[in-house]
Design a protein around this ligand. Structure first.
Ligand code: ATP
Ligand code: MG
Length: 204
């Protein structure tokens, strides 16, 4: 090995050591054990698919998972098919109406939102659930289909060990303040805008 390479390797080792010390210190400092609430928001693609990634993580440890989908497209998505057919242990509840811009029926949508929230509430008050996913729930707050203060109170009062994932654009400041982690998926480009059709296994 050349002297230059040896120097580079030593420098790399030193940098990695420093990085490891920092990571270890951060890990040691995080000593609170409880469920976490995650909000996945933003205009880019990846919110629901990230939430379903966490469903798989939880299932890998044999945890109990509940999924509530507040907006359901006409097209069944792959994750819905998978959960229905392969994961009978996952409680899956779907609002059952199409997108609101398709139904154009506000009072019908509100009734459906309330029915769906009642199912979410059951999970959020049941400590046997390790993870609850409320997919596309932010829209129910944005359209005022659900009472925000009631929803936020239930989220905040959920069992200590229970983790929660909420997806959807927006969500509001109060929801952001309540949860522990907020990630915004930024739309840099999307295939659809270049005329590429939504793809099975990628988009649904
Ligand atoms: P995904 O389910 O793929 O993780 P998402 O949950 O972040 O997406 P949604 O707003 O729920 O996004 O929309 C779901 C569908 O809309 C997916 O087919 C996705 O590819 C598409 N989509 C998401 N963001 C955009 C965008 N910025 N432009 C065009 N289509 C989008
Ligand atoms: Mg989504």
């Amino acid at each position: 090995m050349s002297e230059d390479q040896q120097k580079k390797n030593a420098k790399h080792k030193q940098a990695m050591q420093k990085h490891k010390e920092k990571v270890d210190a951060n890990i040691a400092a995080a000593d609170i054990q409880r469920g976490v609430a995650v909000l996945l928001t933003g205009n880019g693609k990846g919110k629901s698919s990230s939430a379903f990634g966490m469903v798989i993580r939880a299932l890998g440890y044999g945890q109990k998972v509940g999924v509530v989908q507040f907006i359901k497209g006409a097209q069944l998505s792959g994750e819905e098919l998978f959960l229905k057919n392969q994961c009978p242990e996952v409680t899956l509840y779907q609002m059952g109406t199409g997108f609101t811009w398709n139904t154009q029926d506000r009072s019908g949508d509100i009734a459906a939102a309330e029915r769906t929230w009642a199912e979410a509430e059951k999970m959020l008050t049941d400590a046997t659930y390790d993870l609850v996913v409320l997919d596309e729930m932010t829209y129910m707050l944005a359209y005022k289909y659900l009472d925000e203060s009631k929803v936020l109170e239930t989220l905040a009062q959920r069992p200590t060990e229970q983790s929660l994932v909420v997806t959807g654009r927006g969500g509001g400041n109060a929801l952001q303040a309540l949860v522990d982690t907020v990630s915004e998926v930024k739309d840099i480009k999307h295939a659809f805008k270049a005329g590429i059709k939504a793809r099975k296994g990628v988009d649904y």
